[in-house]
Write a protein that binds this ligand. Structure first.
Ligand SMILES: [Zn+2]
Length: 75
């Protein structure tokens, strides 16, 4: 069977030339000016549009404590 409506490879490639993905949209944090994903909390300082949402320092201290405890038990 012959495909009557078939496009050439060049035709398909021309159409797909606009299909490339763009990079993630980043915006500057209002508070610390670090780059973060749009509409998401700044992971550097834990704020969203200037308001504190996450307790970053607390979680960092917690993870460090856990890591220290883990390294002690493995030794
Ligand atoms: Zn920030």
């Amino acid at each position: 069977m012959v495909v009557r409506m078939r496009h050439t490879r060049a035709h398909t490639a021309n159409r797909r030339s606009h299909h490339a993905l763009e990079g993630a949209r980043l915006s500057k944090c209002v508070k610390c000016e670090a780059l973060h994903l749009r509409h998401q909390v700044c992971t550097a300082c834990g704020t969203y549009r200037g308001k504190a949402v996450l307790k970053v320092t607390k979680t960092i201290a917690k993870t460090e404590k856990r890591a220290a405890a883990k390294s002690k038990t493995t030794k």
